[in-house]
Design a protein around this ligand. Structure first.
Ligand code: UDP
Ligand code: MG
Length: 330
């Protein structure tokens, strides 16, 4: 019904009321995105105002230290009919921010999007059309990526490992332009998962998913918020969150190495007894190898234990400082 009065100006005078249940919820994590807030919100509001569906946009400020919180606050003042803002008390990471958004969504369909305009807000209607066709999860995949060499290949490797270790079929788990039916998001929230891999998790719950190609542009402004360290963390989260393969791999490697070292020990013993042979080079190499395997194995055990620990003590995944929203759409 609100389809007709869609140009920006008219909307300011006559905002679309948010009903208790908007049909679409858009969740956007924001970390130091001051250069992108205005342009993103402008393009997003324009797109959503033009498709004739009720909607809400949940911005989750992930502890930004720049002007992002102030700018979001101003945006809320202008469009509190559709904008809701969750502010964290610190930086918890992109996926945790999305999870917080997921806990608060009211829509029947949930769309996630990055703030940096690498994916186009204008493509959201394509995803929604697929949901209307009956798919319960629509994943965007970046047919042509516009990231630097490191980021593109690091993420290709992570995609590859994820596919092998988890067996979850999806084209591009790192693409955040995705749409989910509400029940999937509810399941993700229910898991109390600490893993950052919610896209893969959601894929597991989907009965009828589809991947569609989406445009991927250069970051509109600012730099990638990902460091090498964060990428490594994500890979570990993924591996330990979805499979026991790394642990099993270590059991097998451990068995192989202990058999080999058993044989090696007897060979050395034989040499010593029969030919009185001396020399320590190999011994050292062997000890180092063994030590490295043990250390890695202990590290992996720590990964699993850490996850179990957080699950047991129900560590809060994030702390919200403030929520800005109109109550019941009034
Ligand atoms: N982001 C976040 N918290 C973080 C890092 C990133 O909320 O600690 C947000 C960021 O503002 C953006 C999205 O997650 O909206 C994706 O981040 P970025 O574009 O830096 O990742 P990349 O495109 O390099 O994968
Ligand atoms: Mg980006």
């Amino acid at each position: 019904m609100q389809k007709k009065f869609l140009s920006g100006e008219k909307l300011k005078k006559k905002p679309i009321p948010v009903k208790n249940v908007p049909s679409v919820s858009i969740v956007i994590p924001m970390f130091n995105e001051e250069e992108n807030v205005d342009i993103l919100s402008k393009r997003l509001l324009k797109t959503m105002d033009s498709i004739g569906k009720t909607y809400e946009i949940i911005f989750v400020d992930d502890g930004s230290g720049d002007k992002t919180p102030t700018m979001l606050r101003n945006l809320f003042k202008k469009r509190s009919d559709v904008v809701r803002i969750i502010t964290f008390n610190g930086n918890y990471g992109q996926y945790v921010a999305i999870l917080a958004g997921f806990e608060h969504v009211r829509g029947d369909v949930i769309v996630t999007l990055d703030a940096d305009l690498q994916n186009l807000p204008e493509e959201i209607p394509n995803l929604l059309a697929k949901i209307d066709e009956g798919y319960d999860l629509v994943g965007g995949y970046r047919a042509k990526r516009h990231d630097n060499f490191f980021r593109t290949y690091a993420s290709k490797i992570v995609n590859f490992i994820r596919a092998k270790a988890t067996g979850i079929e999806m084209k591009d788990h790192g693409c955040m332009l995705r749409a989910y039916k509400k029940f999937i998001v509810d399941e993700v929230v229910k898991t109390r998962e600490t893993s950052t891999f919610i896209t893969a998790l959601a894929q597991k719950f989907a009965g009828n998913p589809i991947d569609i190609p989406v445009t991927h542009e250069e970051r509109a402004a600012g730099g990638s918020k990902y460091s090498l360290y964060k990428l490594i963390r994500i890979t570990f989260d993924l591996l330990t969150g979805f499979s026991l393969v790394p642990l099993q791999f270590f059991t097998i490697v451990g068995m192989l190495i202990s058999s080999a070292s058993g044989i090696y020990f007897f060979v050395e013993l034989f040499k010593k007894v029969v030919s009185r042979h001396h020399g320590y080079g190999l011994h050292f190499a062997f000890v180092f190898l063994l030590l490295s395997v043990i250390i890695l194995g202990v590290g992996l055990l720590g990964e699993y234990l850490g996850r179990a620990y957080f699950a047991i003590c129900e560590h809060p995944r994030f702390i919200i400082r403030e929520i800005l929203e109109k109550k019941n759409g009034k």
